[in-house]
Design a protein around this ligand. Structure first.
Ligand SMILES: Cc1cc2nc3c(=O)[nH]c(=O)nc-3n(C[C@H](O)[C@H](O)[C@H](O)COP(=O)(O)O)c2cc1C
Length: 200
């Protein structure tokens, strides 16, 4: 059990960033550009994620500026492929095309599958999720909001191909990043003690 004594300064800082990290929705971000150096810090942090067999399965493509136009087109095309007939809604199709302008940077989250014969797919996906969390924590430490979006159009195989992923590799969605246009949101979590059983 943790003794109730003063915490090391490093742990205080780490816990502060972990508690502060927030998913901030595209509608609550400023579309203004952010320094690409910030994105480099995020991606370097991602690269230190744990990885079984050192497969380092995370693959990212970073979209900013005008490159977002083609990305929006790809989302819209994927929406059209995924939602046909009655399910297709013109307004949702347009929203897929336009959403890219709401955040200055969009990072595709790809996973390389099958590079190691003994490592199952779920472990590669778990490693990528750890990488995304590292990047998200760095974003929070820089005062940036980020959001992992994983709806069908943003992880569709058409979008995967657009970002340069070929099967069996997969697209797990996008992490978009920007400065928040709202006061920093509060975390919503039930106490961690409710999810832990101690057997001593
Ligand atoms: C793998 C993954 C996929 C997610 N996909 C979506 C999504 O498609 N739409 C959404 O609203 N939130 C998505 N989220 C973000 C959650 O909504 C968010 O983490 C949750 O609301 C808690 O907020 P917090 O991250 O600020 O603590 C995703 C989170 C993860 C880890």
């Amino acid at each position: 059990m943790i003794e109730d004594t003063a915490l090391p300064a490093e742990l205080e800082m780490l816990m502060d960033v972990i508690r502060r990290r927030r998913s901030i929705h595209q509608d609550q971000l400023s579309p203004e550009p952010i320094p690409m150096e910030y994105i480099q810090w995020m991606l370097e942090a991602a690269n230190y994620a744990p990885t079984h067999g050192l497969t380092e399965p995370w693959r990212f493509t970073v979209f900013s500026g005008e490159a977002r136009r083609a990305l929006g087109e790809a989302f819209a095309q994927s929406y059209r492929l995924a939602f046909t007939g009655e399910a297709f809604q013109e307004s949702a199709w347009i929203a897929q095309k336009e959403r890219v302008w709401k955040a200055p940077v969009w990072i595709s989250i790809g996973v390389r599958i099958g590079t190691h014969p003994k490592i199952p797919e779920w472990e590669e996906i778990a490693a990528v999720a750890c990488a995304v969390q590292n990047a998200h924590l760095v974003a929070a430490s820089l005062g940036l909001g980020a959001f992992w979006t994983s709806g069908l159009p943003v992880r569709h195989e058409n979008t995967a191909r657009f970002v340069g992923l070929e099967p069996p590799d997969k697209l797990l969605g996008f992490l978009y990043v920007g400065r928040p246009a709202i006061p920093w949101p509060k975390a919503r979590r039930k106490p961690w003690e409710e999810k832990v059983v101690w057997r001593e």
